[in-house]
Structures are given as structure tokens and as C-alpha cells.
Design a protein. Structure first.
Length: 63
């Protein structure tokens, strides 16, 4: 999946959100909402931009 977990080494005295702060299990559920997929047209444009940039970098390195 596209989930990410973050481990923070912090003393309990610090008021930070912790996974065990919420006593209600329904509210403790994962609240990850994935980003919507890009359209195929947008993906093509991104690939073209990346390709153009790589070609530009090759030309500047060879000069």
C-alpha cells in the first residue's frame, strides 16, 4: 500500500498525537485517504516533461 508510519522518539511528557491516545477503537482506525490517480493524458505529459528535461541536461553536460 501507500501507507507510511512515522516513529518519533519522544518522552511521554510531550503533548504529541500518539496512536494509543484515542480510547474509542472506531476513531482509532486508519484515516489514510489516497490521492486520486492522474489521467492517462497527464501521465503522458509528465513523461514528456521528464524526457525533455533529461535531454536538456545531456546537452548542457556535453557542452
Amino acid at each position: 500500500g501507500k501507507h507510511c508510519r512515522l516513529l518519533i522518539d519522544a518522552p511521554k511528557e510531550l503533548n504529541i498525537a500518539r496512536s494509543n491516545n484515542e480510547p474509542d477503537p472506531a476513531k482509532r482506525k486508519d484515516t489514510y485517504y489516497p490521492e486520486p490517480e492522474f489521467s492517462s493524458e497527464a501521465k503522458k505529459q509528465i513523461k514528456q516533461i521528464i524526457w525533455n528535461e533529461k535531454e536538456r541536461q545531456k546537452k548542457t553536460q556535453s557542452n
